[in-house]
Design a protein around this ligand. Structure first.
Ligand code: PMV
Length: 328
């Protein structure tokens, strides 16, 4: 029986968090911590999913998974991707799926989107189907929307699929590759795991109560992204950092920052970062800081020196390659 392995990168949101859900652009970069999925077709109509953190593999039959309304929580994205692939393929088949990750899903670096993209790519290769990146993006984004009850711009799916640094508009209306290579970023985990959908809903609630105010903030974020894009294209990291700070001000106004994130951000700025902000939905997860050659070491030391339970400095290189097949 045929088998294939694919891997996809994690991501950090450089600018445009939340506003991207309201139709404004964002800038996202793929990070080199990867998720790998191996798909092995089986002769029998059975499905087994081995995932990190699962004491027992999840096992079911093809028939059961096709008809199940509720997806198993711990393997929700993988199972949903499989079901979605079966539908697009026109036939369901038995398969064993094994997932491995180079990073904790607590960090908020996009493990769900990476595992979804890698699952679709591994299944396509194992089933002998030629599927290009645009199709992988489409199938993966539909899968993520199904699991997240319609919530999500797909920026993380785009980073996992195409890699590099992207200027992105929700639903993939624009996916433009920007500067190649890695950006000098310092990434700090705040020690708190946040649920993206909770914070997207929280902002939506605020938008219903204060539509003019939230509309103004979102528009400001959108403008910041467009100006920062030019700064990035001109290699002006100092200016890009200032836009990160302005963006953080807007996110704080949306009440999605936290005391832990604020502490990481001010420590990074005090130590000489060009700019620092939260990355993603807020409520926890990671802080990112853009640094110069001379400020990297002091910024890293400042983050390490903070007394925040569970907080840590993460070694992340940006501008990573998108989804790819790996030797099995
Ligand atoms: O929390 P994350 O890393 O999944 O980022 C969410 C970013 C939002 O803009 C708030 C939502 C989205 O889907 O774009």
């Amino acid at each position: 029986m045929s088998s294939a392995t694919a891997s996809a990168p994690s991501k950090v949101m450089l600018l445009g968090d939340h506003a991207v859900v309201y139709g404004y652009p964002c800038i996202v970069t793929a990070a080199d911590l990867r998720v790998q999925v191996t798909a092995r077709l089986l002769g029998a109509p059975e499905v087994t999913i081995h995932a990190a953190g699962l004491a027992q593999p999840y096992a079911t039959t093809v028939e059961q998974l096709v008809s199940d309304r509720e997806l198993p929580r711990k393997v929700g994205f993988v199972a949903a991707a499989l079901r979605h692939f079966w539908r697009s393929h026109g036939a369901a088949f038995g398969v064993e799926l094994v997932t491995r990750s180079q990073f904790s899903q607590s960090y908020g670096l996009g493990s769900s989107s990476a595992v979804t993209v890698a699952t679709i790519a591994a299944l396509a290769a194992a089933a002998g189907r030629a599927v290009d990146r645009d199709r992988i993006f489409q199938l993966s984004y539909e899968t993520v929307l199904e699991v997240q009850e319609g919530i999500g711009s797909g920026f993380d799916v785009a980073a996992a699929t195409y890699g590099g640094t992207l200027y992105y508009v929700t639903g993939g209306k624009a996916i433009h590759p920007l500067a190649q290579g890695a950006l000098p970023l310092v990434v700090g985990y705040s020690g708190v795991k946040a649920r993206t959908t909770d914070y997207v809903r929280k902002v939506a609630q605020m938008q219903r109560r204060f539509p003019d105010y939230v509309g103004f903030v979102m528009e400001s974020i959108g403008k910041t992204v467009d100006r920062a894009r030019s700064a990035l294209e001109q290699g002006d990291h100092e200016l890009f950092g200032q836009y990160m700070n302005l963006n953080q001000g807007c996110l704080a106004a949306l009440e999605v920052s936290t005391p832990e994130l604020d502490a990481l951000i001010s420590a990074a700025r005090r130590a000489g970062a060009y700019g620092a902000k939260l990355s993603g939905a807020g409520g926890g997860d990671c802080m990112i800081a853009l640094v110069g050659e001379e400020s990297r070491a002091p910024v890293e030391a400042a983050i390490r020196g903070l007394d925040i339970p569970g907080a840590e400095l993460l070694a992340v290189r940006t501008g990573a390659e998108g989804v790819r097949l790996e030797p099995s």
